[in-house]
Design a protein around this ligand. Sequence first.
Ligand code: ZN
Length: 752
Amino acid sequence: MRITSLVSTLALLTALYGCGGADDAQSTNTGETKQMTAAPVKEDIGDLFADISLDETGNPAADKLLSPYDGPYQGVPHFDEMDLDGLKAALEAGMAKNLAEVEAIANNPEPPTFANTIVALEKSGDELGRVFTYWGIWSSNMSSPEFREIQGEMSPKLSEFFSKINQNEKLFARVKAVYESDVMDTLRPDQQRLVWLVYDGFASNGATLEGEAKERYAEINKRLATLHTDFANNVLADEENYVTYLSADQLSGLPESFVKAAAAAAESRGRVGEYAITNTRSSMDPFLTYSDERDLRETVWRTYYNRGDNGDEYDNNAIIAEILALRDERVKLLGYENYAAWRLQNRMSKTPDRALNLMEAVWPAATARVREEVAEMQAIVDAEGGDFEIAPWDYRYYMEKVRQAKYDLDSDEVKQYLQLDKLRDAMFFVAGELFNFSFAPITDGSVPVWHEDVKVWEVTDKSSGKHIGVWYLDPFARPGKRSGAWATGYRSHDTLDGIEKSVLSSNNSNFIKGAPGEPVLISWDDAETYFHEFGHALHALSSNVHYPTLNSGVRDYTEFQSQLLERWLSTDQVIDNYLVHYETGEPIPDELVAKIKAASTFNQGFATTEYLASALVDMRFHMSDPTGIDPDAFERETLEELGMPDELVMRHRSPHFGHIFSGEGYSAGYYGYMWADVLTADAAEAFAEAPGGFYDKEVAESLVDNLFRVRNAVDPAEAYIKFRGREAKIEALMRDRGFPVPGAETDNKTVD
Ligand SMILES: [Zn+2]
């Protein structure tokens, strides 16, 4: 088991919120980098695990979940043979085996060494890791009431299991001995970083505690695991239980494709002839953008933004208060001032203040832009003789009208050039140009999948043909699949066993499946997200680390690689060859592209403000004293204090803010998207300035070598400087969003 990922593995157990799950779920290793040329350090762990065997489960379904992957490409998961009946027994057996391995390491009579302690930990926990792969599918791709019941029962047990490892005193003593020994000086830089990551994983998770404090720490973690799961399940319940049904006379303004999907959604719920607006972002967002029915917009808006806040059995407010109190108590045991300080110490930002500084530098420009956007929209309302002020359920609708008037840009027209299959081909092209990867579909059925919609590709090196990994794509929405888009992985790269592990990487989204034979058309935003998640996949596939733990992510850095990849969607090569009309095959007209580019800073008031409001509330929640906190009031007061405009809300209101309350993946970490966006904008300018532009070979090579392949084997701040020759600056981000650049002499040219 990779200790550094223990806590984040808990996030996996509930749901991989946000995206970039691959960074949490599994680790991978780096291989033949320049840093590996030092004298080899012994990695042989001898017969340390020789006497340890897996418990008999007496349950063939459990044995399947535990068994090594088999078939092609060094083995692939048995996704076609997953049976929930085996899950509990498989988890129990996997945990037992992993604990036995950890005990063997902790109780080894030999003095602690890099090999018998750190490397041994890297080599432990294989069976449980495989069970978690299936768990992730059941939790995110194929959820069911039966699974959720098992999840509820097993989450506290898993938490207890992780605590047993994190709080194993003998084990920590050995890790500490290696960390503090002279041996450190003889290790390669990636090995030193590995030792530090493992040490820090213990130290910042309670290993230094003793006696009652230690017990309390474990109790808190166990309770938090339950609360995180309850929180996620309450949100899911409100997403599934609230559906707004429309009749045929309530569809005014809605695009045909949306109406078709709504009809299908109603039909699948037994309401033939009606139209279902489900309570998810992918349904709410287009409805609010296009529906002419103001009352219905308000209904759909309220239903969506009240998820987890309905005062019923699925209300999350009490859960939030308890989560915040427990998190605060836990970090106080470790001597930290607040949760955020503890959380950010090993992030790229290092301190809450540095993260707040960034957000507060952008906030005034974002809210000032909201005021401009609202004024423009209000002018339309007034001109149409509407006797009302722009309300939150009007924002998207009038924004679309402004977009059409000002940029003459019809989202539905753009969609006709954004075919899902062509976009995938475009991503493969980009991966070929930047990473020298080639993707070939695997159609012989040799790689099992969990649903017929899931497709797989083999990834190889374009020049040498060398196998790199397998890419899974699960593109369409269906009941039981969580909303949004995300990336994850089922095996990461490492070379610990002397071979280059084949990477199993996966992208997941919730596009609405078209009728058979009809192309799926998506929005520009969705196309960007598609590229984004593919960026996570490329980050995993390009790994060259030697140790599994060095694949782990650094939260405020882990969205950088994926956000950067979004930039290739609007490069000429992609536009000219892949953005073609679904009926005529004609490339997207230059005028339309020019409009899209001109419109790219449009709506940045709304987008930046709704995001920053969530990020700031997250950070304030985790910097405040939670004694007697009323989450609803706290959210309201924090937003008031910030001067949140009335015309919009947080992107994720607290009662359904799964990023921060369904686990700890993004808690005090939602700012990380913007932190990463600063890097993204700055790195994109490196390409824009290069002779070859976004396909400049030299810059691409430096990017892949310095910022993708090394994963977490190099400190992100150092890695970035290697790529750019300096630290990232905020200016590029402000330019991207069309905001005035702070301190710039002529700063108004970017607006309008
Ligand atoms: Zn992401």
